[in-house]
Design a protein around this ligand. Sequence first.
Ligand SMILES: Cc1cc2nc3c(=O)[nH]c(=O)nc-3n(C[C@H](O)[C@H](O)[C@H](O)COP(=O)(O)O)c2cc1C
Length: 501
Amino acid sequence: MKILGISASLRNARRGIGNVSLIDEITAISTEEGLNEFLTQEAEFHLKNFIEAGREELLPFDKMYTNLKKLKGNKGLSNSEVALTAALWSAKMLGAEIDHLSLSEYFTESKKSLDLNTLKEKLKNSDGFLIATPVYFGDRSSLAQSLLNMIRNDDELRDSLDTKVYAGIAVGAKRNGGQETTLIYQLMDMINSGMLGVGNDSETTSQYGGTGLAGDVGTMQKDEYGLKTAMGTGRRLARVAELMKISKKKSLVGKHRITFWLLQDKDDRAKEYIKELLLGVDSEQVEASIIEIADKNIFRCLACDICPTHVDVDESYRCIIKSKTDELEVLHKSLIDTDAVIPVAYSPVDRVGLESSYQRFMERTRYLRRGDYVLSDILSCPMIIEELGSDENLDIRMVTSMIRHHTILSKPIIAYEKDGVILNHEEVSNRFLRANSIIRQTVSGKLQVYAEGINHLKYNPVGYVLSAVKDAEDERMNKRIEMVTDRVGKIKLMAERRLKE
Ligand SMILES: Cc1cc2nc3c(=O)[nH]c(=O)nc-3n(C[C@H](O)[C@H](O)[C@H](O)COP(=O)(O)O)c2cc1C
């Protein structure tokens, strides 16, 4: 599978032949130590480039910038390029074919810009792409914005990128400088343009992508954990791109299972609308269940130090809350026995009579995530029935929470309501049909890939010492091996039963 790394830095070091030589240089690296040495060397080159361009003589930056542009572009890496290189290396180590380009060569102010058709072809020919951007004002660079504008304005390009996989990396000068806002906005824009979105992998606890902390030129290589998130992003992207690619080899037989997590509703508005949408799908292909959670008594998470309570097979409910009045335990099996999760909420202006367990429920799903990502690589596609003016941003919040379950995100389905009428019903129906077809692909891909083994799904308790100790104990008891064996065994059976060439 092909992974394209896209640099959206305004201070990118690599241009022209530098894009090609970077791929050769990455390919020659065989160990993580080798990668770190290379990144340090290239960050130092970048700093040297700045010094030679006039930094020591305190040349005004516009003059320095002109000097920098005269360089060949085959040495050094800017901060976000360092993180992108780490991600590309990780993808390469999983067998991906990699490529690299710098957006500054395509979206210049001068006539010297490269042909945009070349950029479009590179996008079309890749199975997945990584965009690495510096954080500017808590958001992407204008180069990343130009790329997005190009995709949005070009129907043919957008069609050809449909269901390709996207992941992001953001590097900022400050801790909490906006790395996550940048990643989340860009993730929303990419999935809304038709791509599938993923974050970083389980090793750095499945978040929103690569997050780097680096301000001064030549410093990103010092952010060890940031580089790990970038590497995790490269791996996650490569795995999901492979999953989507392999999905074409075998197709799903019979029905796919969709579970609607109905988390917020009033007078059954959302429930009835889901039923209406289901009338439009082929009942021979879809088995849907609506889990009514909005009115359930869901206790708040205890934020306990050891979650889940123990290592066990997925069917076992392992949250510490065992009260009979809490209604999550009885839902446990139905939550996980699915091919796709569609969290659903009705979002009205008048909230009197609204039943919502939204945030309580989301926080209680922690044991599923920490139970080695039981929802891993299933499709998640938020659905909101939103009365105009309700202003709740639930699509963004659902994406933000669901991606942490190691799911694959697709375009949210938002039905806009005014005076009790859904204004965009046809579009919503089409989006729902599209989601169903993507679900069939992801199930096929997941069953094929997972039947080979899934050891990469281990929840890594970064930041939790107690959990780490408990985890080590359970590890000794071989419990986890039993759990993984059980998971793989079931998936193998399913792969035999549910797939055909
Ligand atoms: C216009 C501008 C706005 C910036 N805004 C932010 C910001 O909001 N948060 C932050 O952490 N860093 C911010 N930075 C710092 C850059 O994100 C940081 O220096 C980054 O390492 C640059 O990456 P690069 O070397 O790949 O271009 C800003 C820099 C510029 C030039």
